[in-house]
Design a protein around this ligand. Sequence first.
Ligand SMILES: [Zn+2]
Length: 246
Amino acid sequence: MKSRKLPKVCGLNCLTLLCIPLVLPILRCTAVGTGSAGSSSSSGSGSGSGSANGGDFDYRLQRVRNVLKEVPLIDGHNDLPWNIRKFLKNQLKDFHFGSDLREMAPWSSSAWSHTDLRRLKEGMVSAQFWSAYAPCSSQHLDAVQLTLEQIDLIRRLVHLYPHHMALVTSAAGIEQTHRTGKIASLIGVEGGHAIGTSLSVLRMFYQLGARYLTLTHTCNTPWADCCKVDEPGKYPHIGGLSSFGK
Ligand SMILES: [Zn+2]
């Protein structure tokens, strides 16, 4: 496979910030110190100091940790697999996921590299959707093959770290894995162009463990317009979704 030029940003339209709405209300709630019904009894601060004022960062942090022990924190999008392709051509023998990648080139200098096992654990990420991404430039060319290779990479990565991660394909699987302390690892396919306008391909992605497909990335597909058609000077090609898209 020839090397491919990587778009600078793989998708700010993605779900990377999914965790924020989950965490911020917790912070706000605990700062006020209300005993809201959601986490009233089982998540005591442990300090017992009663210093439940908004400025007590350690207190609030402990409250968040207590909540996240009970409730799985799910990150809906992580582009690490594409970085592994970009930097290591998917050669996992050269990838040291258990190391602090902030200290290791090329990860340390990449603006798009924020993940290693250590930080996932520290952040108490309980479930992670790993993105199987193929750039829009591969549409009508080898997008399906690239996506398959990225799904293969994700599955191999998870199986390399069986004590830390488990491949999961259901909500029940997330809850079950959360109780073991491992990171539930799910697969999301990023960009509708990845299926090559074939429901057979989509079904096979599902069989391989993929559990979401975003409609578009930054390019229209034959069956869905992407967000860029709203930009000045651009226009919708099919007006949203075609009958196939629906
Ligand atoms: Zn992405």
